[in-house]
Design a protein around this ligand. Structure first.
Ligand code: ZN
Length: 122
């Protein structure tokens, strides 16, 4: 029995390969933040626009957001910094603030996302 090509084993192997590739990718992402993570968050909290801060440290917005997708702690810390650093003179939670002023705080992000899904409702 089970001389060749046991489907279950193959499936497991493929699964494992995928998980390993994912882990490797995550490790690579984390490595990009190594040593600069706190500085980056400090700068964002100090009011430096996210995009600019990210570029200063040689990161990409994509990397920052990718990490936020699977790293809940990072996502929280990032959002906290964005909230701390957002411009108090702007009205937040509005799509124009996101689009015109480039605010990436969680409130504006949500408004921007919501605005994409529907026409201007009110
Ligand atoms: Zn905002």
């Amino acid at each position: 029995m089970g001389s060749s090509g046991v489907p279950e084993r193959e499936w497991k192997y493929e699964d494992e390969k995928r998980i390993r590739a994912r882990d490797r990718q995550r490790r690579n992402t984390l490595a990009m933040f190594d040593g600069i993570e706190q500085m980056l968050l400090n700068d964002i909290a100090a009011g430096i626009p996210l995009k600019q801060a990210v570029e200063w440290y040689g990161l990409t917005l994509r990397g920052v957001h990718n990490r936020a997708r699977w790293d809940a702690e990072w996502s929280e810390r990032l959002d906290a910094s964005l909230l701390a650093g957002r411009d108090p003179d702007l009205e937040h939670g509005r799509d124009p603030t996101y689009k015109r002023f480039g605010c990436r705080c969680p409130d504006c992000r949500d408004a921007h996302r919501a605005g994409k899904g529907r026409d201007r409702g009110s």
